[in-house]
Design a protein around this ligand. Sequence first.
Ligand code: ZN
Length: 314
Amino acid sequence: MKKKKKKNVFLKIIGSSSILSIAFAMVILICVLMIFDFFGAKLTKEKIQSNAEYADAYKISANKYLKNGYVPLQRILYFHLEDTSLTIDALYTMNQNSESKTAREIDVVCEDPRVKNMVACTEINIKENEEYLVVSTGHFNFPLDDNYTITSFYNEERVIYGEHNVHGGWDFATPAQTPIYSVCSGTVEKVTFTQTENIPYDQSGNSVGNLIRVRCDEDYDETYYVVYAHLYPHSSKVKVGDKVNHWTELASVGTTGHSTGNHLHYQVENANGERIDGMQLIDFTLSNQNSNYKDFPTLNDPKYDLGINGSTLN
Ligand SMILES: [Zn+2]
Protein backbone atom coordinates (compact mmCIF):
# COMPACT_ATOMS: atom_id res chain seq x y z
CA MET A 1 0.00 0.00 0.00
CA LYS A 2 2.78 2.37 1.02
CA LYS A 3 4.71 1.54 -2.15
CA LYS A 4 1.76 2.30 -4.39
CA LYS A 5 1.26 5.66 -2.76
CA LYS A 6 4.90 6.59 -3.41
CA LYS A 7 4.58 5.68 -7.07
CA ASN A 8 1.49 7.84 -7.40
CA VAL A 9 3.30 10.80 -5.89
CA PHE A 10 6.13 10.30 -8.37
CA LEU A 11 3.76 10.24 -11.33
CA LYS A 12 1.93 13.25 -9.96
CA ILE A 13 5.13 15.30 -9.90
CA ILE A 14 5.95 14.35 -13.47
CA GLY A 15 2.39 14.95 -14.60
CA SER A 16 2.19 18.34 -12.95
CA SER A 17 5.12 19.77 -14.83
CA SER A 18 4.99 19.71 -18.61
CA ILE A 19 8.75 20.38 -18.86
CA LEU A 20 9.47 17.45 -16.58
CA SER A 21 7.15 15.12 -18.48
CA ILE A 22 8.69 16.08 -21.83
CA ALA A 23 12.14 15.46 -20.39
CA PHE A 24 10.96 12.13 -19.00
CA ALA A 25 9.55 11.09 -22.39
CA MET A 26 12.81 12.12 -24.10
CA VAL A 27 14.87 9.99 -21.72
CA ILE A 28 12.63 6.99 -22.42
CA LEU A 29 12.81 7.60 -26.18
CA ILE A 30 16.61 7.89 -26.16
CA CYS A 31 16.88 4.66 -24.17
CA VAL A 32 14.61 2.84 -26.63
CA LEU A 33 16.55 4.17 -29.62
CA MET A 34 19.83 3.10 -28.01
CA ILE A 35 18.46 -0.39 -27.41
CA PHE A 36 17.65 -0.66 -31.11
CA ASP A 37 21.06 0.72 -32.06
CA PHE A 38 19.47 3.68 -33.79
CA PHE A 39 22.72 5.60 -33.39
CA GLY A 40 24.76 2.94 -35.16
CA ALA A 41 26.03 -0.49 -34.26
CA LYS A 42 29.09 0.35 -32.22
CA LEU A 43 30.96 -2.85 -31.55
CA THR A 44 32.67 -3.33 -28.24
CA LYS A 45 34.67 -6.17 -26.79
CA GLU A 46 31.66 -6.96 -24.58
CA LYS A 47 29.31 -7.07 -27.55
CA ILE A 48 31.64 -9.39 -29.44
CA GLN A 49 32.03 -11.65 -26.44
CA SER A 50 28.28 -11.83 -25.65
CA ASN A 51 27.88 -14.12 -28.60
CA ALA A 52 26.19 -17.22 -27.18
CA GLU A 53 23.01 -16.62 -29.17
CA TYR A 54 24.90 -16.31 -32.47
CA ALA A 55 27.52 -19.02 -31.85
CA ASP A 56 25.74 -21.99 -33.41
CA ALA A 57 24.62 -20.16 -36.54
CA TYR A 58 28.09 -18.70 -36.93
CA LYS A 59 29.78 -22.10 -36.66
CA ILE A 60 27.44 -23.57 -39.29
CA SER A 61 28.38 -20.76 -41.70
CA ALA A 62 32.09 -20.92 -40.85
CA ASN A 63 32.13 -24.67 -41.48
CA LYS A 64 30.49 -24.13 -44.86
CA TYR A 65 32.62 -21.23 -46.07
CA LEU A 66 35.88 -21.00 -44.09
CA LYS A 67 37.99 -22.72 -46.76
CA ASN A 68 37.11 -19.85 -49.08
CA GLY A 69 38.14 -17.18 -46.59
CA TYR A 70 37.69 -16.17 -42.99
CA VAL A 71 35.00 -13.69 -41.98
CA PRO A 72 35.18 -12.98 -38.23
CA LEU A 73 31.96 -12.96 -36.23
CA GLN A 74 32.47 -9.30 -35.35
CA ARG A 75 32.23 -8.37 -39.03
CA ILE A 76 28.93 -10.23 -39.27
CA LEU A 77 27.58 -8.70 -36.04
CA TYR A 78 28.48 -5.26 -37.34
CA PHE A 79 25.63 -5.59 -39.83
CA HIS A 80 23.43 -8.13 -38.08
CA LEU A 81 22.99 -6.01 -34.94
CA GLU A 82 21.50 -3.27 -37.09
CA ASP A 83 19.33 -5.50 -39.26
CA THR A 84 18.60 -8.94 -37.86
CA SER A 85 16.69 -9.91 -41.02
CA LEU A 86 20.09 -10.30 -42.68
CA THR A 87 21.10 -13.82 -41.65
CA ILE A 88 24.53 -14.81 -40.37
CA ASP A 89 24.82 -17.10 -43.39
CA ALA A 90 24.01 -14.35 -45.90
CA LEU A 91 26.36 -11.93 -44.17
CA TYR A 92 29.21 -14.47 -44.18
CA THR A 93 29.14 -14.81 -47.96
CA MET A 94 28.49 -11.10 -48.50
CA ASN A 95 31.66 -10.30 -46.54
CA GLN A 96 33.79 -12.93 -48.23
CA ASN A 97 35.90 -12.68 -51.35
CA SER A 98 36.09 -16.33 -52.34
CA GLU A 99 38.63 -15.60 -55.07
CA SER A 100 41.28 -14.08 -52.83
CA LYS A 101 39.96 -16.22 -49.94
CA THR A 102 39.82 -13.30 -47.53
CA ALA A 103 37.23 -11.05 -45.96
CA ARG A 104 36.24 -8.17 -48.23
CA GLU A 105 37.29 -4.63 -47.34
CA ILE A 106 34.43 -2.89 -45.54
CA ASP A 107 34.07 -0.24 -48.28
CA VAL A 108 33.51 -2.98 -50.85
CA VAL A 109 30.88 -4.72 -48.70
CA CYS A 110 29.10 -1.39 -48.26
CA GLU A 111 28.47 -1.22 -52.00
CA ASP A 112 26.08 -4.15 -51.64
CA PRO A 113 22.47 -2.88 -51.94
CA ARG A 114 21.43 -4.97 -48.92
CA VAL A 115 23.61 -2.91 -46.57
CA LYS A 116 24.37 0.24 -48.53
CA ASN A 117 21.92 2.50 -46.65
CA MET A 118 22.72 1.22 -43.20
CA VAL A 119 24.17 3.34 -40.39
CA ALA A 120 26.90 0.66 -40.41
CA CYS A 121 28.01 1.95 -43.81
CA THR A 122 28.34 5.59 -42.83
CA GLU A 123 31.86 6.92 -42.74
CA ILE A 124 31.65 7.91 -39.08
CA ASN A 125 30.44 4.48 -37.98
CA ILE A 126 33.13 2.69 -39.97
CA LYS A 127 35.73 4.97 -38.40
CA GLU A 128 34.36 4.30 -34.92
CA ASN A 129 34.54 0.54 -35.41
CA GLU A 130 37.84 0.53 -37.29
CA GLU A 131 39.65 -1.82 -34.94
CA TYR A 132 37.04 -4.56 -35.46
CA LEU A 133 36.75 -4.25 -39.24
CA VAL A 134 40.35 -4.86 -40.31
CA VAL A 135 41.06 -7.44 -42.99
CA SER A 136 43.79 -9.94 -42.25
CA THR A 137 47.03 -10.05 -44.23
CA GLY A 138 48.59 -12.95 -42.36
CA HIS A 139 50.41 -15.79 -44.02
CA PHE A 140 50.21 -18.72 -41.66
CA ASN A 141 49.09 -21.90 -43.35
CA PHE A 142 46.19 -23.91 -41.89
CA PRO A 143 47.30 -26.38 -39.15
CA LEU A 144 45.38 -29.35 -40.61
CA ASP A 145 44.52 -30.89 -43.94
CA ASP A 146 40.97 -30.42 -45.20
CA ASN A 147 38.99 -32.79 -43.03
CA TYR A 148 37.83 -30.97 -39.87
CA THR A 149 34.81 -29.38 -38.20
CA ILE A 150 35.00 -26.14 -36.25
CA THR A 151 33.51 -26.83 -32.84
CA SER A 152 34.51 -23.58 -31.17
CA PHE A 153 35.83 -20.23 -32.35
CA TYR A 154 38.06 -17.56 -30.85
CA ASN A 155 36.20 -15.39 -28.30
CA GLU A 156 33.27 -17.80 -28.19
CA GLU A 157 31.27 -17.50 -25.00
CA ARG A 158 30.65 -21.01 -23.66
CA VAL A 159 30.15 -23.31 -20.72
CA ILE A 160 32.49 -26.30 -20.38
CA TYR A 161 32.05 -28.77 -17.51
CA GLY A 162 29.76 -26.22 -15.83
CA GLU A 163 32.31 -23.42 -16.06
CA HIS A 164 31.66 -20.26 -18.02
CA ASN A 165 34.55 -19.00 -20.17
CA VAL A 166 35.55 -17.15 -23.29
CA HIS A 167 37.50 -19.37 -25.65
CA GLY A 168 41.07 -18.25 -26.33
CA GLY A 169 41.61 -20.28 -29.48
CA TRP A 170 39.94 -22.32 -32.22
CA ASP A 171 38.84 -25.95 -31.87
CA PHE A 172 38.82 -28.27 -34.86
CA ALA A 173 37.25 -31.69 -34.34
CA THR A 174 38.89 -34.40 -36.42
CA PRO A 175 39.68 -38.10 -35.88
CA ALA A 176 42.36 -39.15 -33.39
CA GLN A 177 45.90 -39.17 -34.81
CA THR A 178 45.17 -36.78 -37.68
CA PRO A 179 48.48 -35.01 -38.47
CA ILE A 180 48.99 -31.43 -37.22
CA TYR A 181 51.29 -29.05 -39.08
CA SER A 182 53.23 -25.99 -38.05
CA VAL A 183 51.48 -22.86 -39.35
CA CYS A 184 54.66 -20.81 -39.51
CA SER A 185 58.41 -21.00 -39.56
CA GLY A 186 60.10 -20.68 -36.18
CA THR A 187 61.45 -22.54 -33.19
CA VAL A 188 59.85 -25.13 -30.92
CA GLU A 189 59.74 -23.65 -27.41
CA LYS A 190 57.80 -26.16 -25.42
CA VAL A 191 56.90 -29.84 -25.81
CA THR A 192 54.81 -31.19 -22.92
CA PHE A 193 53.46 -34.71 -23.17
CA THR A 194 52.43 -35.57 -19.62
CA GLN A 195 49.47 -37.70 -20.63
CA THR A 196 50.18 -41.21 -21.85
CA GLU A 197 46.60 -42.20 -22.63
CA ASN A 198 44.21 -40.53 -25.04
CA ILE A 199 41.58 -39.73 -22.43
CA PRO A 200 40.27 -36.34 -21.28
CA TYR A 201 41.86 -36.57 -17.86
CA ASP A 202 45.16 -35.32 -16.53
CA GLN A 203 46.28 -35.93 -12.97
CA SER A 204 48.41 -32.80 -12.98
CA GLY A 205 45.27 -30.74 -13.62
CA ASN A 206 46.79 -29.55 -16.87
CA SER A 207 43.74 -28.39 -18.82
CA VAL A 208 45.29 -28.22 -22.27
CA GLY A 209 46.66 -31.77 -22.14
CA ASN A 210 49.70 -32.58 -24.26
CA LEU A 211 50.92 -29.48 -26.03
CA ILE A 212 53.50 -27.98 -28.34
CA ARG A 213 54.33 -24.29 -28.39
CA VAL A 214 56.16 -22.73 -31.32
CA ARG A 215 57.72 -19.29 -31.46
CA CYS A 216 57.00 -17.87 -34.94
CA ASP A 217 59.53 -15.21 -35.71
CA GLU A 218 61.27 -16.11 -38.91
CA ASP A 219 58.91 -14.72 -41.48
CA TYR A 220 57.17 -11.91 -39.64
CA ASP A 221 58.38 -8.61 -38.31
CA GLU A 222 56.41 -9.47 -35.19
CA THR A 223 56.76 -12.48 -32.93
CA TYR A 224 53.79 -14.79 -32.43
CA TYR A 225 53.49 -17.84 -30.21
CA VAL A 226 51.35 -20.72 -31.41
CA VAL A 227 50.01 -23.36 -29.04
CA TYR A 228 48.72 -26.72 -30.31
CA ALA A 229 46.87 -28.53 -27.52
CA HIS A 230 45.11 -31.80 -26.51
CA LEU A 231 47.69 -33.70 -28.59
CA TYR A 232 47.77 -37.46 -28.90
CA PRO A 233 50.08 -39.25 -26.43
CA HIS A 234 53.64 -39.89 -27.64
CA SER A 235 52.83 -38.25 -30.99
CA SER A 236 55.38 -35.42 -30.92
CA LYS A 237 57.68 -35.35 -33.92
CA VAL A 238 59.71 -32.40 -32.62
CA LYS A 239 61.68 -31.44 -29.53
CA VAL A 240 62.47 -28.14 -27.80
CA GLY A 241 64.87 -26.06 -29.89
CA ASP A 242 63.96 -27.65 -33.23
CA LYS A 243 63.52 -25.31 -36.17
CA VAL A 244 60.21 -25.83 -37.95
CA ASN A 245 58.76 -24.57 -41.19
CA HIS A 246 55.35 -24.15 -42.71
CA TRP A 247 53.75 -27.62 -42.94
CA THR A 248 56.33 -29.34 -40.73
CA GLU A 249 54.42 -32.17 -39.08
CA LEU A 250 54.42 -31.53 -35.32
CA ALA A 251 52.21 -34.19 -33.74
CA SER A 252 48.70 -35.60 -34.07
CA VAL A 253 45.19 -34.89 -32.80
CA GLY A 254 44.02 -36.31 -29.47
CA THR A 255 41.66 -35.56 -26.60
CA THR A 256 44.08 -35.18 -23.69
CA GLY A 257 43.47 -32.60 -20.95
CA HIS A 258 40.19 -30.76 -20.41
CA SER A 259 38.56 -32.04 -23.57
CA THR A 260 35.31 -33.66 -24.64
CA GLY A 261 36.49 -35.34 -27.86
CA ASN A 262 39.36 -35.58 -30.34
CA HIS A 263 40.19 -32.08 -31.55
CA LEU A 264 43.00 -29.63 -32.08
CA HIS A 265 43.00 -26.48 -29.98
CA TYR A 266 44.90 -23.88 -32.01
CA GLN A 267 45.82 -20.72 -30.11
CA VAL A 268 47.97 -17.71 -30.96
CA GLU A 269 49.53 -15.15 -28.64
CA ASN A 270 51.27 -11.93 -29.56
CA ALA A 271 54.65 -10.80 -28.22
CA ASN A 272 52.95 -9.39 -25.09
CA GLY A 273 51.44 -12.77 -24.31
CA GLU A 274 47.90 -11.66 -25.20
CA ARG A 275 45.70 -14.16 -26.97
CA ILE A 276 44.76 -12.99 -30.44
CA ASP A 277 42.59 -14.40 -33.20
CA GLY A 278 44.87 -16.94 -34.88
CA MET A 279 42.45 -17.38 -37.78
CA GLN A 280 43.14 -13.78 -38.84
CA LEU A 281 46.74 -14.84 -39.57
CA ILE A 282 45.88 -17.71 -41.90
CA ASP A 283 46.20 -17.35 -45.64
CA PHE A 284 43.67 -19.75 -47.15
CA THR A 285 45.32 -19.71 -50.56
CA LEU A 286 48.22 -21.73 -49.11
CA SER A 287 47.76 -25.46 -49.46
CA ASN A 288 49.76 -28.43 -48.32
CA GLN A 289 50.46 -29.24 -51.97
CA ASN A 290 53.59 -27.11 -51.82
CA SER A 291 54.79 -28.52 -48.54
CA ASN A 292 58.37 -28.30 -49.70
CA TYR A 293 59.82 -25.23 -48.02
CA LYS A 294 61.56 -24.19 -51.22
CA ASP A 295 58.18 -23.65 -52.81
CA PHE A 296 56.87 -21.66 -49.92
CA PRO A 297 56.58 -17.88 -50.49
CA THR A 298 59.56 -16.10 -49.02
CA LEU A 299 59.94 -12.67 -47.47
CA ASN A 300 60.78 -11.23 -50.87
CA ASP A 301 57.67 -12.64 -52.48
CA PRO A 302 55.70 -9.66 -53.82
CA LYS A 303 52.58 -11.40 -52.55
CA TYR A 304 53.53 -10.42 -49.01
CA ASP A 305 54.19 -6.81 -48.32
CA LEU A 306 55.73 -7.38 -44.92
CA GLY A 307 57.51 -4.06 -44.81
CA ILE A 308 60.68 -5.59 -43.48
CA ASN A 309 64.09 -6.25 -44.85
CA GLY A 310 64.77 -9.80 -45.97
CA SER A 311 68.06 -9.71 -44.14
CA THR A 312 66.27 -10.10 -40.80
CA LEU A 313 65.82 -13.75 -41.72
CA ASN A 314 68.80 -15.70 -40.46
ZN1 ZN B 1 39.88 -25.11 -27.34
